[in-house]
Ligand binder design. Structure first.
Ligand SMILES: [Zn+2]
Length: 365
């Protein structure tokens, strides 16, 4: 017999799951004629309705493009972008078509926006190649007024799993600017292996819930959602730090003062829900999963993403160098409880942190 509390829990799980994996119609099972009719209707409606259903507009545009109906595709990309101009993937597609049909000026304008704001590596590479082929310098947000660096002290950034290399290069330059020491990026990435905790684990923390999930798995649609949750998850930050320690030993005479792992995936430690970073003496790890526009449902902005990572990077670097946290709320190193607090922090070190950094760097020379 299923009692009342079980039913409530079941409803909660169903609610949570539906919130996390909003069912998107499978591309393979799309009825093009139905989609066409829907899009025609949306285009006649107001902007609010169009924006709400803009994915359908883009989807049909993609279908037209695949069928070689370029003009129809361009029209729909344009209509969609009028109400959701931050979809840089579609800006990029429209730019390619515009260029193909001779509108070079508008195409370049669009690609420059993609190059400046995209957080996605694939989009960035495409945009930069496009500009490079036209003999134009890609737009990069690397700070050109780099101050003099202490070159015999270095922290190595280690990609853990697939990490956006463009982004990493920007982060490296900004970290050097903030810390005044060298940063290098490890060519090879560390394979983090399987997730230590899947998002499904959150819903199966006790036997009752486990039973409930196995019961719900009998429903194919629910089972599919559970599988998605099972395939997404978090790495244990402590385990990643052990991996770094196993792979990279710090020699006393070396200029390398520490290793900072960076991953695109979510991390946790112990009972925590998630972490932005986790670091101790010599080794640290940070995640930019929760800094991404896609995670926060924000418009993409690589400069903002870069600043968020740099704030975390500076905090982690200080722990790697053995400097404890300060108590200044405006310092770039102050502890953020969430992303709002993280964004609210300044980009500068407080006087105490600057002083401690100078002392440590002088001592290490
Ligand atoms: Zn401080």
């Amino acid at each position: 017999m299923v009692n009342k509390s079980c039913i409530i829990k079941l409803l909660i799980i169903l609610f949570l799951c539906s919130g996390i994996c909003t069912g998107v119609e499978e591309k393979s099972s799309i009825d093009k004629e139905k989609l066409k009719k829907r899009v025609e209707l949306f285009l006649k409606e107001n902007n609010v309705t169009l924006r709400r259903n803009v994915e359908d507009v883009f989807l049909l545009a993609e279908i037209y493009e695949k069928e070689g109906k370029d003009k129809d595709a361009m029209f729909l990309y344009q209509e969609g972008l009028k109400v959701n101009s931050w979809r840089l993937d579609y800006q990029s597609k429209l730019a390619q078509l515009m260029y193909k049909y001779g509108d070079k000026k508008q195409a370049v304008e669009k690609v420059k926006i993609v190059s400046q704001y995209a957080e996605d590596e694939e989009l960035l590479i495409k945009a930069e190649e496009f500009l490079f082929n036209l003999g134009m310098n890609p737009v990069k947000s690397i700070n050109k007024t780099e101050r003099k660096l202490i070159k015999d002290q270095e922290i190595v950034l280690v990609p853990i799993g697939k990490v956006n290399k463009y982004l990493l290069s920007e982060v490296k330059h900004k970290l050097q600017e903030k810390m005044g020491i060298s940063y290098s990026v490890m060519e090879e990435e560390i394979d983090p292996g399987k997730f230590d905790r899947s998002y499904l684990d959150k819903y199966t923390i006790d036997t009752k819930r486990k039973l409930l999930v196995s019961f719900l798995r009998l429903i194919p649609e629910q089972n599919k959602r559970f599988e998605e949750l099972e395939n997404q998850g978090q790495f244990n930050a402590s385990r990643l730090i052990l991996e770094l320690k196993d792979n990279y030993i710090i020699e006393k005479v070396s200029k390398v003062k520490g290793y900072l792992g960076i991953t695109r995936k979510d991390i946790f430690n112990g009972n925590s829900n998630f972490l932005f970073g986790w670091a101790g003496k010599d080794y640290g790890v940070m995640s930019y999963h929760r800094f991404l526009a896609t995670f926060n449902q924000e418009p993409p902005n690589r400069s903002r993403l870069c600043d968020r990572i740099v704030k975390q990077g500076v905090s982690s670097s200080f722990f790697i160098l053995g400097i404890p946290r300060c108590t200044n709320p405006t310092c770039i190193r102050s502890y953020p409880h969430n992303l709002t607090e993280h964004d609210h922090k300044g980009m500068e070190l407080c006087p105490w942190c600057r002083e401690q950094l100078k002392l440590i760097l002088d001592r290490k020379r």
